[in-house]
Design a protein around this ligand. Structure first.
Ligand SMILES: NC(=O)c1ccc[n+]([C@@H]2O[C@H](COP(=O)([O-])OP(=O)(O)OC[C@H]3O[C@@H](n4cnc5c(N)ncnc54)[C@H](O)[C@@H]3O)[C@@H](O)[C@H]2O)c1
Length: 328
């Protein structure tokens, strides 16, 4: 299938491009490189530097490349920034996404796969989180993702498209061969920050809160390997033939790991300590978030290949060793 990957030069999108190629599909990347890296996309893959909000250009690309499905990773993803600059987030994550959906309608493309997030659940009343939990985001970033999920439900009901929305938990790791990986600026994700702290490339890691009601007092999260996430997208492509199909799935391993588990695992893999210091809790950080992904397993046949933290950290470390400067 010819698949347009919006945000394909970013962290998760670039891994999905690889998995699409591996599965025999033909990815075409659109990215404005606001955060992505041209070097994350192999030169064999058609690449268009464009903004998804530019409908005219998108219609032209969708038609010329004879695109059959769109995978949409292009968004701004910093929760803190979304609180400070909500308009920026609504413009990029909602308005530009609606423009992309409009371009698809004009070009007659009807299959859509959307990167949503566990942040749409806000602070869950119990755990693990299933897809039936109420979606009550607690920040503008989560609101923008929920807004698009709602628009997709309405479009599917109208028969205009079929979609799968994936609510990712914490994406982590890098490609098995270490050639592509995570290179965010600024970096906010725990594993790359812990690796950098261990390497002396950053000040000691800040641990936000040690007094949560969790086994070691630090927050619990569900780390899911970026290639496992990508494989779910490929599986979903086969489920979107019927117009009006509306699918929502959690993607996580279901295994919670604490901040201190991550620190310990990174120091084991790197064979050096991760310097860290205690910092106050961050407002709005739920004590624990982990997924029940039974639905993705039973309905898509999704299998998690990286079930625990250590192999995930090993891939992140390999990427770091092979690319100490990231894509620079
Ligand atoms: N990383 C995670 O743990 C995580 C968790 C839940 C959900 N998500 C979602 O997954 C998606 C991908 O996340 P990521 O970590 O790969 O982010 P990323 O920033 O690495 O990738 C996003 C890409 O989209 C591009 N982009 C942004 N706005 C654009 C626009 N208007 N037009 C064209 N390109 C644009 C950026 O340049 C970047 O290459 C996002 O939608 C994010 O909200 C990520």
């Amino acid at each position: 299938m010819k698949v347009l990957v919006a945000g394909g030069a970013g962290y998760i999108g670039s891994h999905c491009v690889r998995q699409l190629q591996k599965a025999g599909h033909h990815p075409i990347v659109v990215d404005n490189l606001a955060y992505g890296h041209r070097g994350a996309v192999h030169e064999d893959v058609p690449f268009h530097k464009a903004d998804i909000g530019d409908s005219e250009t998108l219609v032209e690309i969708l038609r010329r490349e004879e695109v059959e499905a769109v995978m949409h990773f292009a968004a701004f993803c910093y929760v803190g920034e979304s609180v400070e600059k909500p308009l920026l987030y609504y413009r990029n994550n909602v308005v530009a996404t609606l423009a992309l959906l409009g371009a698809m309608q004009e070009a007659g493309v009807k299959k859509f796969i959307f990167s949503s997030t566990c942040a749409t659940y806000g602070i869950p009343a119990k755990l693990p989180i299933t897809e039936e939990f109420p979606q009550i985001p607690i920040n503008p970033y989560g609101n923008t993702k929920l807004a698009i999920e709602m628009a997709l439900q309405d479009l599917a009901k109208a028969g205009s498209l079929s979609f799968a929305a994936f609510r990712y938990f914490n994406a982590a790791g890098a490609s098995e061969d270490g050639s592509i990986g995570e290179d965010h600026d600024p970096e906010t994700h725990l594993i790359p920050l812990a690796i950098d702290a261990a390497m002396g490339l950053r000040p000691p890691l800040q641990v936000f809160g040690e007094d949560y009601d969790t086994p070691d007092g630090t927050c619990l999260r569900d780390y899911v390997h970026v290639d496992d996430l990508s494989r779910a997208h490929i599986l979903a492509l086969d489920k979107l033939d019927k117009p009006g199909t509306a699918l929502c799935f959690n993607l996580g391993t279901g295994q919670p790991f604490s901040v201190k588990d991550v620190i310990e695992t990174v120091s084991e893999v790197l064979k050096r300590p991760v310097p860290w210091e205690a910092a106050p809790r961050r407002p709005g950080d739920p004590p624990a978030l982990y997924a029940d992904s039974t639905k993705a397993k039973s309905e898509l046949g999704w299998k998690v290949q990286y079930q625990t933290l250590r192999p995930i950290v090993e891939t992140a470390w390999r990427w770091h060793q092979m690319n100490p400067e990231g894509y620079r």
